[in-house]
Design a binder for this molecule. Structure first.
Ligand code: SF4
Length: 386
């Protein structure tokens, strides 16, 4: 279905940069329906089992114009861009939309998608409170409602055997991608962080079997490289949409190498498999609950799980010398949690830097100066402790 160019990795990068092009080609080739799923927790396995292409709606690179007055300026760049894409008809390639999350800004943007388009939009928010006695039952109910809605949307029954097959394919894809991220933690520098982002972002867009095959080819074609002596960094944060590849490249060009992350377009998306040994819908409920333990998320409430403790454990495990927190400007859940993160990193003596991102305007020179200052700080402390 894809038209491979110079190599499989180039094809994956092209698809990550132009999701709409892929969705259009997929629909033409298969005659199937595509849905836009909003980040970060929609159980896409159910859509796959219904024969639908489920695509995590990505931020586009176009400047915001028509959608400017649909949401206020203090919504995050992703949600303002979503509203703009809806207003300009850029989301018309999707036959419907599904939401499983709670962020108030995202809800506002999805409301605009509903108002501006003529496609069905299903609001099926999964519980944000993860540890209450009623949580599991409520999550089970939501998973059932996703199955019912998708069955109605496609006019097709979604049986347990279909769902079990989709779960296997998604797990296989996650395992493959995780093996690349695990190799990076262990010292493999074959792929840059921008290339790893493209592997994950294209997985959010493509048919899973096709993506798995293409990633296998990209791995076979890659030239292995070991990590050198550059400063090792962990990238943290940035939910819902991908940090710009040029930002990732600027960080690495300063003399750093990214060895781990908890980004949504990275470790967070592929963190958790769905159990294959229990009833499929129940397994998806468990997956949703497990994800917040694998990589805690500030859009969820769970008293026995801490993002700061997770981050410190990850930094110790990967041997990262420092942390760069990437925060989408006005991302409320992240802004509320960040002081705790910074306090924990400072208390543990982990050098860290906050970089805020916006939809428009990336001050690369200022980013470089600040990253270089962080790296200098790390070198000094390494010399002092030598
Ligand atoms: S979680 Fe943050 S990035 Fe995602 S929609 Fe909400 S405010 Fe935007």
């Amino acid at each position: 279905m894809t038209q491979p160019s110079a190599g499989a990795l180039s094809t994956l990068i092209e698809i990550a940069e132009n999701p709409t092009g892929y969705v259009t080609r997929w629909k033409t080739a298969t005659g199937g329906k595509a849905i836009g799923a909003f980040p970060m927790n929609f159980p896409a396995e159910i859509a796959h089992a219904a024969g639908v292409l489920s695509v995590v709606v990505q931020e586009s690179r176009e400047p915001i114009t028509s959608g400017r007055n649909l949401l206020t300026e203090f919504y995050c760049g992703y949600t303002r861009n979503l509203a703009d894409q809806a207003a300009r008809g850029r989301l018309d390639v999707y036959d419907g939309f599904f939401l499983a999350d709670h962020c108030i800004q995202l809800l506002g943007a999805v409301d605009v998608v509903r108002e501006e388009g003529n496609r069905p939009v299903y609001f099926g928010q999964l519980m944000a409170s993860m540890g209450d006695p009623w949580t599991r039952t409520a999550v089970d109910g939501k998973m059932l409602s996703f199955r019912e809605e998708l069955a109605e949307f496609t006019g097709r029954t979604i049986g347990d055997a279909d769902l079990a097959r989709s779960i296997r394919l998604f797990n296989e894809n996650r395992r493959l991608l995780r093996s690349v991220f695990d190799a990076r933690r262990a010292g493999d520098a074959t792929f840059t962080s921008a290339e790893l982002q493209a592997l994950v972002k294209s997985s959010m867009v493509m048919d899973k079997e096709e993506h798995t095959a293409l990633v296998r080819r990209a791995l076979a074609e890659a030239r292995a490289a070991r990590r050198d002596g550059r400063i090792r960094l962990h990238l943290s944060g940035h939910f819902c949409h991908a940090p710009r590849p040029e930002l990732l490249r600027a960080i690495e060009d300063c003399g750093a190498i990214v060895v781990d992350d908890d980004l949504f377009h990275g470790t967070r998306y592929i963190s958790t498999d769905v159990r294959e040994d229990v009833e499929p819908l129940a397994a998806l409920s468990q997956w949703y609950l497990d994800r917040n333990v694998s990589v805690p998320c500030p859009t969820r409430v769970q008293h026995d799980v801490d993002w700061d403790a997770y981050l410190l454990d990850s930094v110790r495990a990967s041997g990262a010398d420092g942390v760069i927190v990437l925060m989408a400007k006005f991302c409320e859940p992240h802004m509320l949690y960040y002081p705790e993160l910074r306090k924990a990193l400072n208390a543990a003596g982990v050098p860290n830097l906050l970089i805020e991102t916006e939809h428009e305007g990336l001050p690369l020179e200022s980013v470089r100066t600040r990253v270089e200052a962080l790296l200098e700080r790390i070198r000094h402390s390494q010399l002092a402790n030598a």
